[in-house]
Design a protein around this ligand. Structure first.
Ligand code: KG4
Ligand code: ZN
Length: 315
């Protein structure tokens, strides 16, 4: 096929605290720029919406210019469409990307493709291989924990989700208690590999015959254990706490995913979203889910990025 005829699209994601712009040609990500705001929000222990909005406003233009340059596109008119995340996410952050995308679309007479952020996380798996439907997806991020049945591209049915905190949010909150910088997920994952699973945290709803999750009880149990130990002057090690917390989270995620696979017998399981980067989760999936194909997007497409939005826009 002559590559010069493959459609090129520019995608924008400003759903939370990363300003991201990507260019896709056909199914190939030509460039993907992610300007992280972690340094800004770290000081506050979480994302501050007004600061996120201001940073998006400052960085969106430079990100667009760098993405175009890296993709060797001199004129926006060489593109065929603009894609943008419309939600879910932080409203003040989303507005910045949507405004930019609308402007680019109007000025250059290009169609605008609105994309759901979670569909983006899921479709990032297309970077590994073309997806076959129906499939089941476990979507785990800072804002969501969902099991999704996808009968065909674009037809998403949430079959189970968290009743309270998202799994990434639980990682970040217990990380804050342990004095770790935000976002704490990756660090806890690393510490967990050095520690022992010696604290017995509650595996909420694990035995219940549904596909629902709950992480707020785990978070409270963790905080109570930590503060009680501190009050008694006992030393409590972050590596063992991390190992025990992660073992609990993974037991819950694995149990509910296995239950979903029994209920929805599919050939493919996609695991996506920021928490899909978790090494412990990847190890357990490889060891325990052997009769369906497990597809996990590459690390660079697990966390928030506009490459996944572009991949979802053309699926
Ligand atoms: O998908 P994402 O980049 O942004 C949202 O849409 O929320 O996910 C960010 C979340 C954060 O909570 C972060 O702590 C978590 O993903 N995370 C991890 C790991 N890497 C990132 N959680 C556990 N283990 C990891 N290795
Ligand atoms: Zn996300």
């Amino acid at each position: 096929m002559n590559n010069t005829h493959l459609p090129k699209i520019l995608a924008i994601d400003t759903s939370c605290d990363d300003t991201s712009v990507a260019i896709l040609e056909g199914d190939k990500v030509l460039s993907s720029i992610v300007s992280s705001q972690n340094d800004i929000h770290r000081e506050w222990g979480g994302v501050v919406p007004s600061l996120a909005k201001r940073a998006h406003q400052e960085y969106i233009q430079p990100c667009i210019q760098i993405a175009l340059k890296r993709a060797k596109i001199k004129n926006i008119k060489q593109l065929q469409a603009i894609a943008v995340t419309y939600g879910p996410g932080l409203a003040p952050s989303l507005e910045v990307g949507i405004f930019q995308a609308k402007q680019l679309s109007l000025e250059n007479n290009l169609p605008l493709i609105p994309v759901n952020h979670m569909a983006g996380h899921l479709m990032a798996a297309r970077a590994v291989k073309e997806l076959e439907f129906p499939l089941l997806a476990l979507l785990v991020s800072g804002g969501h924990t969902e099991l999704v049945y996808v009968s065909e591209a674009g037809d998403y049915k949430i079959v189970g989700e968290t009743r309270d905190d998202a799994v990434g949010e639980a990682y970040d909150k217990v990380g804050r208690v342990m004095g770790l910088p935000y976002p704490a997920g990756r660090i806890i994952d690393e510490l967990a590999h050095e520690g022992q699973d010696i604290y017995d945290f509650p595996r909420a709803m694990i035995k219940e015959d549904n596909l629902e999750f709950s992480f707020s009880g785990l978070k409270s149990a963790f905080i109570n254990l930590y503060h009680n130990a501190r009050q008694k002057g006992e030393t409590i090690s972050n590596v063992d706490l991390s190992a025990s917390f992660q073992a609990c989270v993974l037991d819950i995620l694995m149990a509910k995913t296995k239950k979903a696979l029994e209920k929805y017998p599919v050939k493919t399981l996609v695991v996506a979203g920021g928490v899909a980067a978790n090494q412990g989760l990847q190890e357990r999936l490889a060891a325990e889910i052997t009769d369906v194909e497990v597809i996990i997007p590459p690390l660079r497409l697990c966390g928030d990025n506009a490459g996944m939005i572009a991949l979802a826009a053309v699926s």
